[in-house]
Design a protein around this ligand. Structure first.
Ligand code: DGL
Length: 273
């Protein structure tokens, strides 16, 4: 019987940190992961380009029979999701669902801060979109959100250069810039799915009373909740506990890198979009 998996998407490897948590929470489903490694990073690209790339990838998931796609990429969620939901799906794919990582995070992040001052580390694209600031304001109007673009972090992480002095230099620089803008910050949200890999290194440079929040578990919990509320989607999903990995770049490279993000070895196939 043909599978109807949940699609999980990222510009590269970062979404694997989210998939890992989703699979832990919801192991019964089938999953397909696609990393657009040939065109990563998305972080410095224009709205039009991020939308164009993301929509192309989402359509690929639809061809693989995915009733539901999760954009496990903040940049794509911030810059492309709304257009996809409001234009493409309504007109051409009303039976499909595409979800992002922004909403689940913005719904709860205000509860994590005692000072009501939240810092955000993200790509240029996510910061420029202002999406987090706008969305958090809706749920937590008393919370101040201060953003820090960290454009060097995704390239360092994608190239496996995140456990050295060069990475520490940029981590420290971005943290200093962030905390200089607001010294009341007690919660830092990692609003990029690549950053969980450097969570410990970030914490190393922070006082103990500042907590660092990664999104994986938050997104997994929210997806669980969504599927319980949307049985019309849940019942369409096949449940054979399978998982397939695809990349738009070299499958060999993907196999060599993916385990750092996913926590276990994976097999991968190359795909032409
Ligand atoms: N993992 C993506 C995110 O969450 C990285 C974006 C990029 O490709 O720069 O924003």
């Amino acid at each position: 019987m043909q599978q109807t998996p949940i699609g999980v998407f990222d510009s590269g490897y970062g979404g694997l940190t989210v998939l890992k948590e989703i699979k832990k929470r919801l192991p019964q489903y089938d999953y397909i992961y696609l990393g657009d490694n040939a065109r990563t990073p998305y972080g410095n690209r224009s709205f039009e380009t991020v939308y164009h790339y993301t929509w192309q990838c989402v359509q690929w998931f639809f061809k693989q029979n995915c009733p539901l796609v999760v954009l496990a990429c903040n940049t794509a969620s911030a810059k492309a999701l709304r257009t996809i939901q409001q234009n493409n799906l309504i007109k051409n794919f009303p039976e499909k669902k595409v979800l992002g990582v922004l909403r689940p995070t913005t719904e709860i992040i205000g509860n994590c801060s005692k000072t009501n001052h939240v810092g955000l580390m993200a790509t240029n694209g996510t910061v420029q979109s202002q999406s987090y600031v706008i969305e958090i304001e809706k749920f937590f109007p008393d919370t101040t959100v201060v953003q820090q673009a960290c454009p060097m972090l995704v390239p360092l992480i994608e190239n496996n250069e995140f456990e050295n002095e060069a990475a520490d230099y940029f981590i420290q620089k971005y943290l200093n810039d962030l905390l200089q803008k607001d010294d009341k910050i007690d919660t830092i949200l990692l609003a990029c799915t690549h950053y969980p890999l450097i969570k410990k290194r970030i914490e190393k440079f922070l006082p103990a009373d500042v907590s660092v929040i990664a999104q994986g578990e938050i997104v997994a919990a929210s997806l669980n909740d969504y599927l319980q509320r949307h049985t019309e989607i849940e019942t369409k999903l096949s449940k054979n506990r399978s998982i397939q990995f695809y990349t738009t770049d070299s499958a060999e490279d993907f196999k060599n890198h993916a385990s750092i993000f996913y926590g276990e070895a994976v097999d991968a196939k190359h795909v032409e979009l």
